[in-house]
Design a protein around this ligand. Structure first.
Ligand code: PLP
Length: 345
């Protein structure tokens, strides 16, 4: 897959330049309203470090990607947010198309991976890729053994009747992860077979959670046998020794380009631009791993955490971000899922 040689980037070169950001002294510099789409711990690390280094007071709220998109839309006549940082790229692209976010070109663009800039170009400069991660699932090794099942390796394995009420995934309306799964399944299997798969899977779903990463935690605790999540969200629990294994499905899988956008009508526009420039530095991107977030960063000079799943070794589909991030397609697929899958018994 062209443009994805970034996955083999030299760790040495990254280390050499990894500490390029020099902190400015903290003093009162106004404020910034940040809508944050990743895990709470990483959101907090970003907001508090930026605040400490610049003196800009950050009011941060964590929400799932679909919820932030809906909030921007609801607030569009009177925008309250300045920067939307993180979360899957599809709703960022939809917001760009609908004019909810605004153009920006950072001097740091020269250091970004091709996939990050592809997102920026697709959105007419209104969003940019900040990290990448592949979709998959995590399973609880003890639960799978107790059920007498072989370790699941493929999407097809999740349809086994022994997994009835023992699979979790988020609701694609609220969750960027779950929309990424919906779009992945449609691209991988074709729309008719994809929806057949989602309907069959529904029989095994115990609940559609609000947040995308919640099923990984549930699987790590044995509350569900399988959680469909971004692979890095399952790795978090495997790394800390929980009985969970992360899987890149054998048929192939999709991936996300986590993104960042400046909100149209931002009241603190200069501070939003400062945050944007800073968030693209290797030093800011290095805050992910200590906050237990193991995505692949978008700055070519940032260190890829050793725990990050090796996307170069997975069978990745050629995810069509432009199509599945378009307003018409995202709205159409969500409406169809709401009508044909969610109400099933
Ligand atoms: N958490 C992490 C670490 C992610 O990488 C992502 C996706 O970008 C999310 C959460 C997405 O959350 P949600 O599916 O709740 O929108």
């Amino acid at each position: 897959m062209q443009g994805y040689q970034w996955l083999r980037a030299s760790a040495l070169a990254m280390l050499a330049t990894g500490a390029a950001f020099v902190a400015a002294p903290a003093q009162a510099q106004g404020s910034l309203v940040m809508y944050c789409g990743v895990q709470e711990e990483w959101c907090r690390a970003m907001s508090t470090t930026f605040e400490k280094e610049t003196g800009i007071k950050v009011a941060m709220t964590r929400k799932s990607a679909g919820e932030i998109y809906a909030q921007l839309k609801a607030e569009s006549a009177n925008p309250r947010g300045d920067i939307w940082w993180g979360g899957t790229g599809d709703p960022h692209l939809q917001a760009a198309e609908e004019g909810l976010t605004q153009e920006y070109e950072s001097a740091a663009n020269k250091d970004m991976q091709d996939w990050s800039l592809a997102q920026w170009r697709a959105a007419q400069k209104r969003t940019i890729g900040i990290y990448a991660g592949a979709l998959g699932f995590g399973f609880n090794t003890q639960q799978i053994k107790q059920k007498g099942l072989a370790e699941p390796k493929c999407w097809a394995d999740l349809l086994d009747a022994k997994l009835k009420d023992d699979v979790q995934v988020a609701d694609p309306n609220s969750s960027g992860t779950a929309y990424n799964m919906l779009a992945t399944i449609v691209q991988l299997m074709g729309e008719d077979k994809g929806f057949d798969y989602l309907k069959a899977l529904h029989k095994n779903i115990s609940q559609y959670t609000k947040s995308g990463a919640a099923p990984a935690k549930a699987a790590s605790l044995g509350e569900t046998a399988v959680g469909i999540v971004f692979i890095h969200d399952a790795v978090v629990f495997a790394v800390q020794g929980d009985p969970i294994k992360a899987v890149a499905p054998c048929e192939g899988t999709g991936y996300e380009i986590g993104s960042m956008s400046i909100i149209k009508g931002a009241r603190n526009l200069d501070n939003a631009k400062k945050f944007y420039d800073w968030a693209l530095t290797p030093a800011a991107q290095a805050l992910a791993a200590p906050a237990k977030s193991y995505q692949v960063p978008s700055n070519k000079n940032a260190v890829v955490p050793p725990q990050a799943p090796k996307m170069s070794e997975m069978k990745l589909i050629n995810y069509d971000f432009v199509k599945y991030g378009s307003s018409a397609e995202r709205t159409r697929l969500l409406t169809k899922w709401d009508k044909e899958v969610k109400p099933l018994p």
